[in-house]
Structures are given as C-alpha cells and as structure tokens.
Design a binder for this molecule. Sequence first.
Ligand code: ZN
Length: 354
Amino acid sequence: MAYIKIILLLIIYWTGHSGLAQSAFTFAEKIIEPGTRTYITIPVDDGEESTVIPITIFHGTQDGSTLGITAGVHGYEYPPIVAAQQLIEQIDVSQLRGTIILVQIANVPSFLHRSPFVNPIDGKNLNRAFPGSASGTLTEKIAEIITNQVIARSDFFLDIHGGDASEDLMPYAAYYDNDQQVGSSQQGKAMAVALGFDHIIRFDTNGKEYMEEEQPSLYCSAEAFKRNMPSIDIECGRLGQTNPSLAHKIEKGVLNLLHHLQMLPNKLTDDSNRKIIHIDQRAYISSTYQGIFYPAKSAGAYVVEGMKLGYITDFFGQVLDTIYADESGVILLIIGTPPVNEGETLAVIGAVEQ
Ligand SMILES: [Zn+2]
C-alpha cells in the first residue's frame, strides 16, 4: 500500500512539474525520440533535376504544440536562413515542450544558384506555388512536401522572409486576419506581437481569392491560415544582404515566440507593454515605365502624401517619371537597385494607425 502511495505521489509530482510525458514523433519515416534534435534531408526529384529540403525536428521532453517554421522560401533572403542556422544551437530540446519542425532552407536551388525570387530550375516563385503538386515541377513538388509534411503537422506556423536582392525593406512582423477565423486571427496577432518587432502588419484576407476553398493558397503561410491555423510572417533583411544583427533579431523573435506559445520556459525580454505601430492598410506604388530607378528614400522612412520617393530614367538618363507618395505613412519596401520594369512595385507604404 505504502509502495503504491509513493508511486502515486511520484506520478503527481512528475506530471505537475514536467507536464505530460512525450511520445516519439514520426517524420519522413524516421522515429524521433523525446528530447532529441534530428536532422532530416528530404530528396525532391522531378525526373531530370533534383534537390533536397533540409529540415530539423526539435522534439521536446514534454507534450505540447507543434510549431512549423520555414526559412529560405526565397533563397536569396539570407537573415532568415542564418537565423535558422543559429536556432539549431539556441533551442534547448531538454527544456522544450512540444515539437518544432524547422525548414532550414525551403528553396535550396534558389539559395545555391544565388537566384532572387525564383527557383532557377523551373523559373517559379515558391511563395506563389502553394499548396503545390506531387506531379508538378520541382518548385511545385517542394511546396507539396512543405504543405503535407510541415504545415499539415503543425498547430502554429511562421514563415520568415527578408528583402530580396533588389528590395530595401523595413523589418516587421505580420499576421493573417479573417472575419471567418476570429480565433486563429487573434492568436496570430498575439504571436506577431510576441516576436518583439516595432511594426505589426495585418494581412487582411477578407475577400481574397486565395482564401476561397477551390483556389490555390499561393503563399506558404496562407496555406497554413486556410487550415485555420494561427499564421504569421517575419520580414527582416534588406537588399539580399546577410546582416548578422537582423539575423539575430529574427533568432531572438523566434525564441520569444516559443515562450509565448509556452514551448520554452524562459522569456528573454518582457516588453509586451511597449509601443507598437499597427499597420492595417498598405498602398502599392507601381512603375509605369521600364528603365532605371533612383530612390530618394529608404525603407523605414516616414513620408507624407506628395513627398518625392524617386524618379525613373530611360537608358540615356532622360527622366521618364517622378514618383511621389500617394499615401502618408511608413515606407515598408522600396526598390533599392537600378533596374525597373513596367508594372513592378516600386514602393509599399504602410498607413500608420494612431
Ligand atoms: Zn521572401
């Protein structure tokens, strides 16, 4: 009797202090034991060309949520990729509750070929290819694997980007929002705030075609949100540069998020009462010319309507157009290198909520 009592007391102590026991996690036919970090390389092959998707599974010692994270959906956006490397060492699985599926580099062909925006093998943008197709091109196959093996296994989702080669971008966090998905929208907003960025953008998905059931989700994190999962993005990095301090900002943000989701016990900073700028509306300014763009402002600058953003010349230096802000707010993105094509986005201005 005394023996049973001791066992019972031990169980009460153990469950109270350690949470529920964790069972093994199966991923890509591998069995991953609790309290381990496992590296998995998934092969992708279209019959002619092949690549891999490197994924780290952090399987905690206690039962909990599963967080899916993708870096390198665009392989020329380096701070997310470098941050994902640092997270391998920073996430302590002995302290972890639940499971993290971290895609280290989603688009390895884009990364290794130093190719902005697209996978050079099929010319497709992975962040327009979701949910993907098992019988499609290499990019569509990558999207299908991330959809079914990462997103479908997750409870929460984070996709990390930065400014690609030509994009001068201001760091921000964003969350998906829809009136039909109040719970996942609100949880997403709280997750975005927990990352610690000054600017939080609401992706208003009401009425968006990609949210319709029969339409493709296109974007990696939109695929997660369509499944009613709280889904957020980080945008951090500019002009294709590595920028270690921005990689560190991402790394710190993810660790804060893990605390917020109660997957890690320690919180790095408690700044939930800080002043945050929320941005609900974004204005896109497009080029009506092909030519050479000379920006007059940088990302992060505050502008008022009518302020000059830059000008476009032809290939002989003749001015074709002068670009003005058509909205007051903060420049989230502006083209930071000379080439420009007709119809391309020159700048994005976020309307600042008071
Ligand atoms: Zn990107």
